[in-house]
Design a protein around this ligand. Sequence first.
Ligand SMILES: OC[C@@H]1[C@@H](O)[C@H](O)[C@@H](O)c2[nH]c(CCc3ccccc3)c[n+]21
Length: 441
Amino acid sequence: MFTHKRADFGQDFIFGAATASYQIEGGQTDGRGSSIWDTFSATPGNVRDGDTGRVACDHYNRWPEDLDLLADGGFDAYRFSFAWPRLIPEGTGAANPKGIDFYDRLIDGMLERGLKPFATLYHWDLPSALQDRGGWMNRDIAAWFADYAVLVNSRFGDRLAATATINEPWCVAYLSHMLGIHAPGYRDIRAAARVSHNVLLTHGTAIAALRAEGAKNLGIVCNFESAQPASDSPEDREAGRLWDGVFNRWYLDGLFKGRYPDDVLAQFGPHMPQAYTDDMAVVSAPLDWFGINYYSRSLWAHDPRRSAFPLRQVEGPLEKTAIGWEIYPQGLEDILTRISDDYTKLPLYVTENGMAEVEGTDDPRRVAYYDAHLGSVLAARQRGADVRGYFGWSLLDNFEWAEGYDKRFGLVHVDYQTQKRTPKTSYRAFQTLLTGANNPR
Ligand SMILES: OC[C@@H]1[C@@H](O)[C@H](O)[C@@H](O)c2[nH]c(CCc3ccccc3)c[n+]21
């Protein structure tokens, strides 16, 4: 079990678990439109074992049982995402009544169980029809997304505890348009530069549209890692700092200082959209809260072979999870206090933290991982960071993007042949922390 007690976090602190629509829903029916992850995963070579989200955890049909797991675990909140193609199949234009009905019932199901709905408007499942129009590379996506955000707010806003516009703009931009590892799979510095701006312009445009509708508790979720040099050489120290710029400072500086970091801009060079500086007031729109996703650290060395972003990742010596990420709890304390000290005094939520573990329902390493990272949250709070909540990633084993179903992050095991859910030891650890009892269902 955990070494911490619920009281250590203060009575107002929120504990939750998180998921995302494409990773758990399945339900490719009832008017849901195609998403870029449907096409990306259908393309051989993009996803391990050719896995897709066609069925996933069948959450579209099994959501009452999954909400029961959250309630029985004693969680206060559920971080979920809306599937844009389920609500507006073509991305713009007509809404899908069956999609609206699904999220109506899901959100009411949360409220009936005393679970606070923490919504994410976009967790990577862009409607394919919008990719046909350029997707994130087309500046018009800001208007398309703002209209979608206004629809969501009009139908569900009065029941949501908090709303994030976008999950992990770095993944939407760099991972998906520079590295090509996620959908739509571009490896193009010009696309990456333009999407790195468009994704934040889109966020800010949606915030403005939602404010005009009177929406409250608006934020964004960004992913951070502790970017460190692989050696003490000046070149490697510069490489670590540049990666910190790519992964962390581009978003922190953009969102909270209204400008992009010069070292990263220098790498993007002439590929930035014309007159992007005119957009920075919109990009840095005031927010009500800020979400931090944290998993690990990374080590970087100078790589002179590369014309842009001259760095390469180096494997580190620390214990690693089943997905190969080093276990480095200190990094969570560091990023929370850095954001609080250098960027914003907004309420902060750890919106994702967790680890991939080999299959099984007894997961002592995951219990230790969570215990250590919860300790980092407490340490950051003691250093003045206004951390208001923590969400474990993930409630369920699910579709882990390019890794398919092979990598399991769940507090609850999913047997994909039978869809049977089985709480793991780590779920029991949260249940004991949150309810005081270890009451197996
Ligand atoms: O990889 C575990 C989770 C995903 O399942 C979530 O959907 C996503 O929000 C999320 N972000 C991160 C950190 C950034 C990252 C994502 C994917 C691959 C590499 C790094 C880890 N995770």
